[in-house]
Structure formats: structure tokens, C-alpha cells
Design a protein around this ligand. Structure first.
Ligand SMILES: [Zn+2]
Length: 425
């Protein structure tokens, strides 16, 4: 579709969406009224600037169903993502939403060279997380065969990859690299396997990681982008030109803004990606602040597609960490530490990529009193904190106790994260 025709379609769908949320979602009705806007005021795509932003916090404040625009008898699926307070952000999908999502994933798979004859191993987690089921329905929509293995159990993943003749692998890039290395250690020659492409996402990764996965598995490794609040994986996908991910612009309007002023930036300039859903029925979102830093490029791609390309996400405007596909906020760790009350409120999240997997170590400062205590007490406390974090964040971490006053204090905003992953490669 030409960009002119696309713009017409986007405007028509945006107008419909604004009208819908104005009528069905009190949160949006109030937000629009507060700005003196009525649905009829959206006369051009440029008028999107008049609309209010939506923040992750708005989903939490309206937990669980407050932002839904469709009644529950029309909602057929719920997904959720982790949040800072322990309460997740909940998203609901109508039958049409699930169908559109499947279409978009099918499109993504086609960008990776997929077709009906493919065997797609979905090693994203199945569950409330959107990765597994999101990818699953798209594979079926394409008419390929889905292997719904979910995450983990590496030996089994490799066995099925070989025996079932997997041609496309879908998982996080760090897990793909882990599978590649475990496979090589187990004597698998990937060159002799039919696998030829990977659709990797749900965490930031680098060009260097791409090269390693491609060399080790002998495949083309492509980036898929998405976030559960907006839909899940498949908001955008890299084509074979590997020159940014094509955003499914018939379903989303993308803007890049200055995160401090909220001002919309011209194409080519780096800022925060903001997405408006224009076909969603369950939980349509106006100008959702993704916190992901990217750049948009509207020139027609070498592949011939006209959908705008977004540059690989290079960072975030907040302090959220993505570790093995799990969203981790330092404040979640803090609230766990506060529950026990035996440590100082000084801590540091140290993220590293050990081997191929992201690793989170939490340095916790001991109080003077604790420091002079018995070693046995430490071990019990360490296990208690570790288990509590596993239940809150669903992630295994290491706890390291450090001596009193060793974690650097800062004047302004405390530095809670030390990221040793080399994401710039
Ligand atoms: Zn392209």
C-alpha cells in the first residue's frame, strides 16, 4: 500500500478508535474532556498530537478491566505483564483482536521467509506472557505447523528440533544463543538440520548477538518487537533486509517523541516510541508511552514494503530492566527487601550476560547489627529473599550481601542498576 493510501486508512481507523474509547472508556472520556477535545476534532492524522498520552501506570490504576472498551462477553482472552507493585497490567482481546494478532504474526513469519511448509518451534513461554500464545496463533494462521514446546528443557528442545525438522525457531535471542551452544556441545551440526530462520524478541539484543546466533545455528536471525500492553509480539518485525523492523501500520500509528517534553520528533530523530492502536477492540490505547528508545524511517525498504521501519530498540527511558523476557523494576526488589526489614535500603541490581544468558545479581547492604551476626542467619535470609523474589518477579536471582556503607550513595536519584551487558556491540 502506498503511504498516502495508508494514511487515509490510518485516519479512518483512528477516528473510529477515538470515538469508541470516548463512548466506552470513562478514563479516556475524562482525559479528552479535560483537554477540551471531542472525537469529531480529529480531522487529520496530525491531530493525533491533540490526544492524551497513556502510561503503564494508567493500566495499573485501572486494574484489572478499567480500560477495556469491550464488554466481558466479547473478551475471549486475557494476558498480563509484570508491574512495579506486584499487580500486573491486564490486557483483554476480543475474537477480532486475536484474529488480527494472528494475521500480524503470520505476516512476520512471511518476512522471515516462512510459508505453509514450515515447522515453527515456539520456545517462548506459554501463559499470561504474550510471547508463546501470540506466536502460536500466527503460525497456525500462516498454515505452517506449530511446535508449542514453550520455554526451557533445552535437551528436549534440541531433540525435537532435529526429529521434527524445525525450520523456524521463535524465542528470546539469549535463549536462541544458549540453544545453539548447548547443541554444539552435544555434537549437533546445525548445518545439517533444516532450521533456517529465527524470530527473536522480548528482550533487547545486539548486532553482535545476531552474528553469533547466525554463525552457530547457520540461520537468518531476525528481530520481532512488541509489548503486551499494545498487543504482544508482532507490532513490528524485521525483514530480510535487516534494516529496522516494519511496524504493522494498518493496526498501529507510531510516533517518536522527546520523552521530557512530549513533543513529536521528525522521522529519523531518536526518541521514545509512542504507539496508538487503531484496530483493537478489547483495550484500545491512545498514544501509549512504550519507554523504548527508537527512530522511525519511512523510506521504502529494499524489500519493497512501505510500512515504516523502527530502529532496533537501544534502551529505555525508565529504569525497567528486561531479563530473559521478564520485566524487572528496581522498585519491585526494593519492596521485597523492605518486607524482611533486616537489611539496609541500599541495594544494587547487577545485570550481566554470563555465557549467553542474562544474569541478575542483587547486592544488598547489611546493617551494622546484621553484619556482626552469625553466618547461618545470612544463609537463611539469603534463601528467603531469593524465594520471595522468585515468586514476585518469576526470575531466579543471586543475592550477595555486602558490608555496611559499601554501596555508593548518590545525591539525586539513586543508581540502582549496573548493567554490564554490552548492548552496544
Ligand atoms: Zn523491509
Amino acid at each position: 500500500m502506498s503511504r498516502d493510501r495508508l494514511a487515509e486508512l490510518q485516519l479512518e481507523r483512528l477516528q473510529k478508535t477515538v470515538k469508541k474509547v470516548y463512548q466506552s472508556v470513562p478514563f479516556y472520556k475524562n482525559a479528552l474532556k479535560a483537554r477540551g477535545i471531542e472525537p469529531g476534532d480529529i480531522k487529520s492524522l496530525d491531530d493525533i498530537k491533540k490526544l492524551p498520552f497513556t502510561y503503564k501506570q494508567d493500566l495499573r490504576d485501572n486494574y484489572p478491566y478499567g480500560l477495556f472498551a469491550a464488554p466481558m462477553d466479547k473478551i475471549i482472552r486475557l494476558h498480563a505483564s509484570s508491574g512495579t507493585t506486584g499487580k500486573p497490567s491486564v490486557v483483554g482481546y476480543t475474537k477480532q483482536d486475536i484474529s488480527n494478532w494472528a494475521d500480524m504474526i503470520a505476516r512476520c513469519l512471511v518476512m522471515a521467509g516462512g510459508g505453509k511448509n514450515d515447522v515453527v518451534q515456539v520456545a517462548y513461554g506459554y501463559g499470561l506472557f504474550t510471547g508463546g500464545l501470540g506466536a502460536h496463533y500466527g503460525v497456525e494462521r500462516l498454515g505452517a505447523a506449530v511446535v508449542p514446546i514453550s520455554g526451557g528443557n533445552t535437551a528436549r528442545q534440541l531433540m525435537l528440533m532435529k526429529d521434527f525438522g524445525t525450520t523456524i525457531l521463535a524465542c528470546t535471542p539469549s535463549y536462541a544463543l544458549f540453544l545453539a551452544e548447548e547443541g554444539i556441545n552435544a555434537g549437533i551440526d546445525f548445518k545439517k538440520l533444516p532450521i533456517r530462520a529465527g524470530v527473536f524478541g522480548a528482550e533487547p539484543w545486539t548486532e553482535n548477538m545476531r552474528k553469533q546466533i547466525e554463525a552457530k545455528m547457520d540461520i537468518t536471525a531476525l528481530d520481532i518487537y512488541g509489548l503486551s500492553e499494545v498487543m504482544g509480539p508482532g507490532v513490528s518485525m524485521e525483514c530480510m533486509a535487516k534494516n529496522g523492523s516494519h511496524i504493522n501500520e494498518d493496526h498501529f500509528i507510531a510516533e517518536v517523541i522527546d520523552p521530557d517534553t512530549g513533543e513529536v520528533l521528525p522521522y529519523g530523530q531518536q526518541g521514545e516510541l509512542v504507539l496508538t492502536t487503531i484496530t483493537k477492540e478489547g483495550i484500545p490505547l491512545l498514544r501509549y508511552r512504550t519507554r523504548d528508545i527508537s527512530t522511525l524511517h519511512p523510506e521504502v525498504c529494499a524489500c519493497g514494503r512501505t510500512h515504516v521501519r523502527m530502529k532496533r530498540v537501544t534502551g529505555r527511558t525508565d529504569d525497567m530492566l528486561i531479563i530473559r523476557g521478564v520485566n524487572v523494576f528496581p522498585s519491585q526488589v526494593e519492596s521485597v527487601l523492605l518486607e524482611f526489614g533486616e537489611t539496609e535500603p541500599h541495594y544494587l541490581l547487577v545485570v550481566d550476560r554470563k555465557g549467553d544468558l542474562d544474569d541478575l545479581e542483587i547486592w544488598v547492604e547489611l546493617s551494622e547489627k546484621m553484619f556482626s551476626d552469625e553466618v547461618k542467619h545470612f544463609e537463611t535470609l539469603e534463601a528467603k529473599i531469593r524465594h520471595r523474589i522468585l515468586s514476585v518477579l518469576n526470575i531466579n536471582v543471586k543475592i550477595k550481601f555486602v558490608e555496611p556503607r559499601t554501596i555508593p550513595r548518590s545525591e539525586g536519584k539513586a543508581k540502582r542498576v549496573m548493567d554490564r551487558r554490552e548492548l552496544k556491540g
